[in-house]
Design a protein around this ligand. Sequence first.
Ligand SMILES: [Mn+2]
Length: 470
Amino acid sequence: MSALPYQEFQDSITGAVAQFHAIPKSETIRVISHLDCDGIAACSIFLKALMRENRQYALSTVQQLNDEVLGNLQQEQYSVVVFTDLGSTSAAAIAARLEGKTVLILDHHEPESSPSHIIHINPHLHSIDGSREISGAGVVYLFCKALNEKNRDMAHIALIGATGDMQESNGFLHLNKAILDDALQQGLVEVRKGLRMFGSYTRPVHKALEYSTDPFVPGVSGSESGAISLLNSLHIPAKNGANWRRLADLTKEETQRLIAAIVMKRISIDRPEDIIGNHYLLLKETLDEFRDMKSFSTVLNACGRLDNSSLGIGCCLGDEKMKRKAVQNLQEYKRQIMQAMRWYESHQDSPAIIRHDGYLIINAGDHILSTMAGTMASILSRSGTIPDGTLILSLAHQDAANTKVSLRIAGQNRGNDLMSIIKQIASRVGCDAGGHKDAAGTLIKIGQEEAFIAAAQEIFQRLSMEEKIA
Ligand SMILES: [Mn+2]
């Protein structure tokens, strides 16, 4: 790609910063951010920058920017409203509702075009792919860096946001890569090649192997005894004295033997050697859960899922007490996931689960937390237990009136755009939807579930038909 789009994107940021500087310091900045890992990272970077500027702020994090949220913002007395990691998909509604206020959107979701009185920063507006090249936290980071060079010290937080949005895949691309360079230069991050497995610093080796669904290891993933016998067969001790060893504790030579054995076990799988990845070590972090970017993003994700964004923000701003609380929050989140997965396993034959060639629909109602619906679908999509390319739709009640819907795809996504698929389905019941190519979702009324599921089945069947013909 030519340099021009990037120059234009940067120019749009420079312009926005100039407009921001013109806002009197007496104004309290109203900040609205997305309640997920990226959104938490995004608003943390922004808050730190505001503190540096000696500006007052009032923050809220929300799951989605609906009419109710916009209505409340309209009523409030704040005359400056900043949206981070959301806003672009509702730019027109924002412009209408918040007329007369100064509005700044810093986002990377597929944008609606907006009237010119809104300051709208989004890579897509310059033909840059915001689903892969930069996160909401990254957009905020670039803005804050242009505001004050000192904000470069938040580069790693921008990458944690990108990691939460699944933008790291054997490295970072373009804009994210440039942010990584900022982080490397300041000694915030170090990149190491290693087994692409979660929990290098937090899990005993056999547990890291057992829990590894991506990469999937036949006979080992999901089996503690399989994991232990693999280590035994390689003469890799699971313990060092009384302590469990972690992947990070293995010698170089042990790691190589383990990698070779895993490749052999995966020989019947597509790309069996696809088990090496980057580890991004956060050099200034002391607690195990925060030592690498993936696990830091998992902590933030859990904060979002359990509606504890303030803990996550505390983590990003370096508050040690908040970090310890966030680790407890992570344990609770894991308990909730286990519950959701157990519910799924034990309801295989119930009408709540519809299995079909090409798709799987899980209608969990009140049985799992709505914020777990997407997580459950993601876990299943990477479990290796569902045929590649299967669309996974999950539904769970968010409150007494609304149902949260999530769409994922099993295995590698070969060219499906999940956002456009769920938009088609949602439009049948008069709703809109949001998300990315690889993960999308929407909110419907509980009374619309039946019609929504019927529309989904019809559209999924048509898609799988087209796939077969193609
Ligand atoms: Mn995001």
